[in-house]
Structures are given as C-alpha cells and as structure tokens.
Design a protein around this ligand. Structure first.
Ligand SMILES: NC(=O)C1=CN([C@@H]2O[C@H](COP(=O)(O)OP(=O)(O)OC[C@H]3O[C@@H](n4cnc5c(N)ncnc54)[C@H](OP(=O)(O)O)[C@@H]3O)[C@@H](O)[C@H]2O)C=CC1
Ligand SMILES: O=C(O)C(=O)Cc1ccc(O)cc1
Length: 466
C-alpha cells in the first residue's frame, strides 16, 4: 500500500493514484482542488457517453487523466470516490465495484449512507477497505473550513491517515462518524431543513407570487428565507430526493415537520391564544433555553449578521410604509407582521423530536442548516419578535393565505417523500423550480455572498474568542 503520510510534494512514483467516478458538481470540485494541490495521478470518469467531452475539458489540466469508465478508474486507483446519484449507487457499485484494485480504499460522496454501505459491503471484494466521506456543502461553496465527514467503516488506521492526507488540500474540517451516525445527523439537519424550504417554494409558486415582488419578503431574515429557497431549487433535484427518501430517519423528521405546521395552523385558525403561546414557548424553552436546553446554548453568540447586512443580499425592495423617521422601530421593521409559520413549526418539530440543533451545528452543519438555525434563533431569542409573530399568527391575516399554501405544501412534500417515488419527487421539484428559474443566476450569486459573509463573521468571532 502507498505510505500513509504521503504529500503532494512527494515524487510521483510514491503518490497514490486517486480515482473519481462521476464528474458532476462534486466530482469536478474534488478534481479541481486535488489537482491544484499537486496530486499528480488523478483518474476520472463519468458515463462512457461523456468520455470525449470530458477528455476535451481536462486537456492540459495538471495531474488529471480522463478514462472511459469506472472499470478503468477502479483497476488502477488506490483511493476511489463514487460521486454519483444516490438513486444509482446500487447499479454503479454493482458494475464497477468488482473491478476495484486489490487493497484499494473506497469512498462514496453520496449524501445518504444507508444504501451506499449496503452496496459497498455487497459488491466490493473482501481485500478492499472502506473509508467513506461526505462534504457537507454544495459544489459552489468553498470547502475551506466546512465539515467533511470521514467514515472509517472497514479499514486500518493507516488507511484513514492516507485518506486524510489525500483530502487535506480541500482545507475542510474532518468530522469522524459511523455510517449510522451520519444518517441520523443528516436527517436531523439537512432533510428536515430542506423540507421547510421546499415547502416555502411550493407555497409561493402555488400562489403565483414572487416573494421579493410584493415587498413582504425583502428584509432581514425574509431575505435569508428567499435566497436559500432559490438556492435549493437551483440545485440538482436528485440530491434532495436521495437524502430525503433513502435515509430511514428522514421520513420521520419530515412527517413531524408537516404535523407541527398543521397543528400550529389549526391553533391559529381557532384563535387559541393560550394554546398557541404555550406550545411555542415550550418549544422555545426546550430548544433555545430554559428547562431541558443545554447550558451552552443559552450563552452562545448569535449566528446571523445584523439586519442591515442581510438587507444587502435582498432580491427586492421593501414596500413604502407609512410613518416618517419619528416612527419607533417595530419588531417587524415596518413590514406587515408575519406569523413565521415555517419557523414556529421548525422549532416545534425540533422540540417534539428531541433534536438539539446546536449540537449538530458545532459538529456537522451545512451552510444552509447554519443559516436556518440562525434565522430561527433571531426570531425565538427576542421576546418582542416572537410575541409579534404569535400575535400576527392569531390576529393579522395579511400572511394568512401564504400560511395556508405553506400548510398544504408541507403536507404535500411529506406525503411525496413517504411514497418514496423519485419520479413523483422530480415532478414536484421541477414544477416549482420552473416558476423561479429566471432568478436562479442572481440568487446563486447573492446566496453565495450571503453564505460567505455569515461564515466569515462566525470565523471572526471564533478568532476573537481564541
Ligand atoms: N450537489 C450537492 O450539493 C452535494 C451532493 N452530494 C452528493 O454527491 C453525489 C453527486 O452529486 P452531484 O455531483 O451534485 O451530482 P451530479 O448529478 O452533478 O453528478 C453525478 C454524476 O455522476 C454521473 N454518473 C451516473 N452514473 C454514472 C456511472 N455509471 N459512471 C460514471 N458516472 C456516472 C452522472 O451522470 P448523469 O448526470 O448523466 O446521470 C453525473 O455526471 C450525490 O450522491 C449527492 O447526494 C454531496 C454533497 C453536496
Ligand atoms: O447545505 C445544504 O443543505 C445544501 O443544500 C447543500 C448540500 C446538499 C447535499 C449535501 O449532501 C450536502 C450539502
């Protein structure tokens, strides 16, 4: 085996042969960083039908050799990563797994690990080691400082060291988990968070309303909601479908999210002031402070930037509101009061499932999850803002039609995911995505800048603490 403490500065004949099967968003990102670091033997492939185009694309790129298919890559590589759709992992590993080089180490980049583990165990030869991985961010986000999960499943310590050394140039933070822990954590963080944003998008699209156009969703945390929703719908549908439908824990979390949304909406319709306030306060205390919350949660610095900075990333302009500069600042920033049903339901859902989002935040947060907790925290840690949301939920009907659409959408997504049909999921996703398509380019740029600003501000804070 290649020595585990190898670096890109070592001569080519002692460097590991790195294999990448699947050259979509994630495979391409890994190829870029590993080649730039100086690894000199990187073998890549996608489907054989894309061989010529890929060869053209990588002509002259240092260290990268394009091969026709996964057999070629598997036969010569010491570390191989499958970066293909989770839906196809069975077929792809069944085909190329048996060609894996004797003693090689195999990984998958799939966002859901239960099927990957099963297929690796079924199709990889006994002498092959398994150290899987998962970058907890999309391909357009810089990997620097982001969590990169490593799963030492069937491997020696030396094999793990070698994988760490191969991947070090990404600059990510290694997080160690088992296959099983991975799927529980990502169901708690990604799957249920995506359900909220998918539902927002479907609700707005069903109401034929661009949220940045009528002036309700253009400031502060509304900006975050809109930008992240657009970011998700501009990504590949299969990424979200796979992690929601193939992860055994995800359906339970997504079902609870729909249940929380519906039950809160019923309390709103009934005008049940006491019942709604009790329910929301109990959830708040459990997740953000009070009985049952971790001590550290109550004292940590907030995640989000100031409202003024968030406003810079808005796709729209606020509606003119009455009242001049003498008007005192309102908890809603002068906009019609929003019930923030999506957030009330999120915190209620975390509370019901005994999920402690801040524990996941420190361990394995994706940028989107980090921002979603930030938004929830912004609302729930301010008594004024939370009370304004509860008051709006009960007595202000300006957002009521959006809330109704949201309830229907959340239930619809949960039901779709429970059916487990990729085709149905794709149709739902693409129907909403088509409605927003014209703004994807702007939203991707704004969203990336917003994510970077939030990441930078939290690393500044950490640096100050250190
Ligand atoms: N995008 C994201 O934000 C993240 C994704 N992931 C995970 O990484 C994996 C890849 O995702 P991503 O790169 O975004 O998806 P892409 O769709 O961009 O890339 C997957 C690539 O694999 C190709 N492929 C399919 N079958 C084969 C095969 N038999 N041999 C070689 N290549 C094949 C696909 O071709 P074709 O399109 O023709 O099917 C496609 O080019 C997924 O499992 C995803 O869950 C993990 C972290 C983040
Ligand atoms: O940050 C998120 O949740 C994203 O949407 C990007 C993403 C998608 C899939 C992954 O496996 C990891 C990250």
């Amino acid at each position: 085996m290649v020595k585990s403490n190898v670096t890109p500065e070592d001569p080519i004949d002692v460097q590991p042969a790195i294999g990448l099967i699947g050259m979509g968003g994630m495979g391409t990102m890994y190829a870029k960083y590993l080649s730039a670091a100086g690894w000199k033997k990187i073998y890549v492939c996608d489907l054989p039908s894309k061989y010529d185009a890929l060869k053209q694309q990588y002509q002259g790129t240092p260290g990268i050799t394009v091969l026709r298919d996964g057999h070629g890559v598997s036969r010569i590589s010491d570390w191989i990563m499958y970066s293909v759709e989770a839906e196809f992992i069975d077929k792809v590993v069944a085909e190329y797994g048996p060609s894996t080089k004797v003693g090689a180490i195999v990984a998958g980049q799939t966002s859901v690990k239960t099927p990957e583990k099963y297929e690796f165990e079924k199709h990889l030869p006994e002498d092959v080691q398994i150290v899987s991985c998962h970058s907890l961010h999309g391909p357009t986000v810089s990997p620097l400082g982001q969590p990169l999960v490593l799963i030492k499943h069937r491997a020696s310590d030396d094999a793990l060291r070698l994988v760490e050394n191969i991947l070090r140039p990404l600059g990510s933070r290694f997080v160690y988990m088992s296959y099983e822990e991975h799927d529980i954590v990502t169901a708690n963080t990604q799957a249920v968070t995506h359900a909220a944003f998918l539902s927002m998008g479907t609700a707005w699209a069903s109401a034929s309303s661009y949220p940045w156009e009528h002036g309700y969703y253009v400031k502060g945390i509304e900006t975050v909601k809109v930008n992240i929703m657009l970011r998700i719908y501009s990504n590949k549908w299969h990424v979200y479908a796979g992690l929601a439908m193939l992860n055994p824990s995800a359906r339970i979390q997504i079902d609870q999210y729909a249940r929380s949304t519906t039950e809160i909406f019923k309390l709103m319709l009934a005008g049940d002031d006491v019942g709604l306030t009790k329910r929301i306060y109990e959830a708040r205390d459990k997740v953000f402070g009070g009985n049952g919350a971790e001590e550290g949660v109550k004292h940590r610095a907030p995640i989000l930037l100031s409202e003024d900075i968030l406003n810079r990333f808005s796709l729209g302009k606020p509606r003119e509101t009455s009242g001049g500069s003498a008007t005192p600042p309102s908890p809603t920033g002068g906009l019609p009061a929003n019930s923030h049903l999506s957030l009330l339901a999120m915190v209620d859902c975390w509370a019901h499932l005994d999920i402690q989002p801040f524990v996941h935040l420190d361990l394995a947060a994706t940028p989107i999850f980090r921002m979603w907790i930030g938004v929830a925290e912004y609302l729930f840690r301010s008594q004024n803002r939370l009370d304004a949301a509860i008051h709006a939920a009960l007595y202000d009907v300006s957002h009521r039609s959006d809330d109704l659409e949201f309830v229907v959408a959340a239930r619809g997504w949960s039901q779709c995911i429970s059916f487990g049909s990729f085709e149905l999921y794709r149709e739902r996703f693409e129907q909403t995505a088509r409605f927003f398509q014209s703004r994807f380019e702007d939203a991707t740029k704004l969203g990336s800048a917003m994510i970077q600003a939030i990441m930078d501000s939290s690393s500044d804070e950490n640096a100050q603490k250190a």
